[in-house]
Design a protein around this ligand. Structure first.
Ligand SMILES: NC(=O)c1ccc[n+]([C@@H]2O[C@H](COP(=O)([O-])OP(=O)(O)OC[C@H]3O[C@@H](n4cnc5c(N)ncnc54)[C@H](O)[C@@H]3O)[C@@H](O)[C@H]2O)c1
Length: 385
């Protein structure tokens, strides 16, 4: 029986996947794993029984990730679970940046009370809300990860010419990209050629304020910029100046900051990218599946502090060893397991930064060797499944 402690409400569609062998509640004692959304865990005393924490969502800044790694607690997240939700809102943003739908709707409200004259007033006044179609226009997508790929493919399906830029694109991602999406060699090519630019990169030191006065100057006059990733990816004062000068026809963002609110040609959404019931469900399902596979098989998918490692079961016993990424660990672990004549049926070892994870399937091994593996210097935690 496994105990799963929930620190936030987790969608039932996820927890139901755990099955009968799991006690899952917000008060369970001696948890093997924690399921969490936004609850702050930095001050929480980690129970000795705790093997894993799964965050139903992408960001993990509410979890002491490094401390967990030191204690052999695997921290999972659910990247991409909300990618479709964000993609749909980006497409809405793309259309709103072009067609003056929002301003038009606001104006239509002002006609209230004009009775039968409303129809005529609409026909007379609507010309102020003309905006271009997106079909045939060029869209630049910076960052082709979970979200960028979906946006690029959907925009291509809507008849846009799409240029994608991502110097670190994964092989998996490249396979998913539509053949209609063209490859930009440099980000400057995106700036120079595109009518619409949408940014889908993580915020880090190399991407921070990548959209700024000097990059905006390289863009076409009347460019439309979308940022559904993080507010720190743009210099908002430079964006504001660009919009006021007319260089930027429209800026659409999912991040509200005081300086850009209530400005003409800036559309600010209150961080709605992942706000769909489906996206919450997807996160819960992924988090539950990852926890279950780790607890039952020791397999790691989407961890932020330990390497990904999944291996089909073979042999009659599995040793899962979390250890420092140091020389000679593997030979010492194998020596212990095979010391009583056991046969190794399968083995994998992966590292991530200063930590590593070794899984060994064996037949004829003695559970008692667990203690001798634990005694190896650099070993953090050993599980026998
Ligand atoms: N608005 C929301 O509610 C919402 C929801 C989920 C994610 N996000 C944000 O969306 C962004 C993208 O998320 P994702 O799930 O697609 O991430 P991801 O990790 O799947 O993809 C990011 C991509 O950016 C690429 N990249 C990194 N640095 C780059 C650079 N300098 N130039 C070009 N490409 C670069 C990476 O190679 C990767 O392919 C993140 O910033 C994330 O925080 C926002």
């Amino acid at each position: 029986m496994y105990n799963i402690l929930t620190l936030n409400k987790i969608a039932k569609v996820g927890t139901n996947r755990l099955g009968d062998n799991y006690a899952c509640s917000d008060s369970v004692a001696n948890p093997d794993a924690v399921l969490v959304r936004s609850a702050a865990m930095h001050d929480m005393e980690m129970p000795e029984t705790l093997l894993a924490i799964a965050r139903a969502g992408a960001g993990v800044n509410n979890i002491p990730v490094a401390k967990c790694a030191e204690e052999g607690i695997v921290v999972f997240n659910t990247p991409g679970a909300n990618a479709n939700a964000v993609k749909e809102l980006v497409i809405a943003g793309l259309l709103m940046s072009s067609r003056k739908v929002l301003a038009g709707i606001e104006w239509a409200k002002t006609l209230k009370g004009n009775g039968d004259a409303v129809g005529k007033m609409v026909e007379k006044g609507k010309s102020q809300f003309v905006g271009p179609e997106i079909k045939g226009k060029k869209l630049g997508v910076i960052g082709l990860g979970a979200i960028g790929i979906l946006v690029a493919n959907a925009a291509a399906d809507l008849g846009m010419e799409v240029l994608g830029y991502d110097p670190y694109i994964s092989v998996d991602a490249a396979w998913k990209l539509s053949h209609n999406v063209k490859h930009a060699q440099t980000v400057d090519q995106i700036y120079a050629e595109c009518d619409y630019i949408t940014v889908h990169v993580p915020l880090n030191d190399s991407t921070r304020e990548g959209i700024n006065a000097s990059t905006i100057a390289k863009m076409k006059d009347g460019v439309r910029i979308l940022n559904f990733s993080r507010d720190g990816l743009v210099n908002s004062a430079d964006i504001l100046a660009g919009v006021k000068s007319g260089k930027i026809a429209c800026y659409v963002t999912d991040f509200a900051t005081d300086d850009i609110l209530c400005e003409e040609n800036i559309i600010v959404m209150p961080h709605l990218g992942a706000s769909t019931p489906e996206s919450e469900d997807n996160c819960a399902v992924m988090a539950a599946d990852q926890i279950k596979d780790y607890l039952e098989n020791g397999n790691i998918t989407n961890s932020v502090n330990y390497p990904a490692l999944s291996m089909a079961r073979s042999g009659d016993i599995r040793f899962c060893v979390m250890h420092k990424n140091a020389p000679k660990m593997l030979t010492q672990i194998l020596d212990c397991i095979t010391s009583n004549g056991a046969n190794v049926e399968g083995m994998e070892n992966k590292s991530k930064g200063e930590y590593a994870y070794t899984v060994v399937d064996a037949t004829g091994a003695d559970q008692a060797v667990k203690a001798s593996i634990e005694a190896i210097e650099g070993v953090i935690r050993v599980r026998v499944i």
